[in-house]
Ligand binder design. Structure first.
Ligand code: ZN
Length: 439
């Protein structure tokens, strides 16, 4: 079940319409959103293919941004390798959300932040409303496996699609209640495809959002391209104000409390088709928009991707070196969940160990490459024995690694060791694993 928290006024639809409006309307002070990526399922953050239409994001963050872009006033890329739709952005929904960067905390109920509650609930996600003065969207982590993959092929136990559910919840933030049309993204039921079909707005969703924000105006500013020269960015498009444009940039992707980076009173040239300016020093990869003086939908441009360089904000966990040989095979160590300090632990797994032998995990603050008789020692700095786990009957095991020794942004290095009297060297070391601790 999907739930809308809070009390909203329900406006009855006109005959023949199946969407329902809550009465909330987001003006241009509420167009920004941020994301605190606290998904711990490995399936939730295993899409590490950058999408040029959403620069600066990977994993669940990328999936959520795509869910928001579907409500936009025009096309916003193909969705990567998503076979479920030709392009994101219905072209008619006419609500341009703006990705303003990563959040370090879930924030209050008006903070416009997507985040995760790391507990079990029968509810998938909910949106805290009324939203006209801001909203908050939260996903419940368990018992399901959240998926970020653009291909729409879900894996894991009780899998669920982040992008589709984000698209549905964001519809609540925009002022839509549940639709009675079974095909609509805003329908209350969990679709049998676990949310993948929610990625694409139905005509009923488009009519609903247009009933709140109008149909896209011909005079609405539109960005169609971005070029660089030195430190200067030129926005190419139509409908820019002669002298009083405000340009919004996504903040560089470190957790911060700033909502928007904006520069005001920027003139345009060539009949309102060019704006040239220097981005603020704190700007990062993300979106750029142009805002005209005014507070209605036609005073804000589409959100256009702005790539200021690779700026993923987090380093995906990396395996390095190679695993040694035990009497059972190759000794491998793999990451299984996002190393988030807020969760207290993260999961790694090992394989290739004789059943019943205890495996010890070493941790350090540097990488190393020291050749020892039993293999390469790949972890450096003061070495700590973090924990040990006995290999199961298949020679594998899962470890819940405490994150006690590092804070967000720090790199930690891990390697597993097993005493294996039947092996050639009497012991073996696994490959190395590097992770960056997340908030
Ligand atoms: Zn709902």
């Amino acid at each position: 079940m999907l739930l809308v928290a809070g009390i909203a006024t329900i406006c009855l639809p006109e005959r023949g319409q199946t969407y329902f409006l809550s009465g909330d309307v987001l003006d241009l002070t509420q167009r920004h959103f941020r994301i605190l990526n606290g998904f711990l399922d490995p399936e939730a953050n295993d899409n590490l293919v950058a999408d040029p239409d959403f620069p600066g994001s990977l994993g669940a963050e990328l999936a959520i941004r795509k869910g928001v872009a579907e409500w936009g006033s025009g096309p916003h890329g193909s969705g990567g390798s998503d076979p479920t739709q030709d392009q994101l952005g219905s072209g008619g929904a006419n609500f341009d959300g703006f990705y303003s960067g990563r959040a370090g905390v879930p924030g209050g109920t008006n903070g416009n932040i997507f985040s995760v509650i790391n507990t079990t609930s029968s509810i998938l996600a909910f949106t805290e409303v009324p939203s006209s003065d801001g909203w908050r969207i939260r996903f419940f982590e368990d018992p399901r496996d959240w998926n970020d993959g653009p291909d729409g092929i879900l894996i894991g136990d009780d899998p669920m699609d982040i992008q589709g559910i984000a698209c549905h919840e964001y519809g609540h933030a925009l002022g839509l209640n549940h639709s009675t049309d079974a095909d609509a993204t805003m329908h209350a039921g969990v679709p049998s495809d676990k949310g993948v079909s929610h990625r694409s707005l139905h005509s009923d969703d488009v009519l609903g959002v247009q009933a709140i924000y109008g149909v896209k105006s011909a005079s609405k500013p539109t960005i169609t391209g971005v070029t660089w020269q030195g430190n200067w960015v030129t926005l190419i498009g139509t409908g820019f104000h002669p002298s009083a444009n405000e340009v919004w940039f996504t903040q560089a992707q470190a957790p911060a409390h700033r909502h928007l980076l904006r520069k005001g009173n920027i003139p345009s040239s060539q009949q309102g088709t060019r704006i040239t300016l220097r981005p603020p020093s704190a700007a990062g990869s993300g979106d750029v928009v142009v805002r005209l003086p005014g507070l209605s939908a036609q005073d804000l441009s589409n959100a256009f991707p702005l790539d200021l360089g690779v700026d993923f904000g987090w380093t995906p966990p990396e395996h390095y070196g190679s695993g040694g040989t035990t009497s059972a095979g190759t000794f491998e160590l793999q990451w299984q969940s996002l190393p988030a300090a807020s969760a207290g632990t993260f999961r790694v797994s090992f394989s290739g160990v004789p059943a019943g032998l205890p495996v010890v995990l070493f941790e350090g603050n540097a990488s190393a490459n020291i050749n020892l008789p039993l293999g390469d020692l790949l972890v450096g700095g003061p070495l700590e024995r973090t924990l040990w786990t006995v290999a199961d009957s298949t020679g594998a095991g899962v470890m819940h690694v405490p994150i006690a020794n590092a804070g967000p942004g720090q790199l930690r290095y891990y390697q597993a060791w097993v005493l294996d009297p039947s092996s050639a060297q009497g012991a073996a070391l696994s490959n190395g694993l590097m992770v960056e601790i997340q908030p």
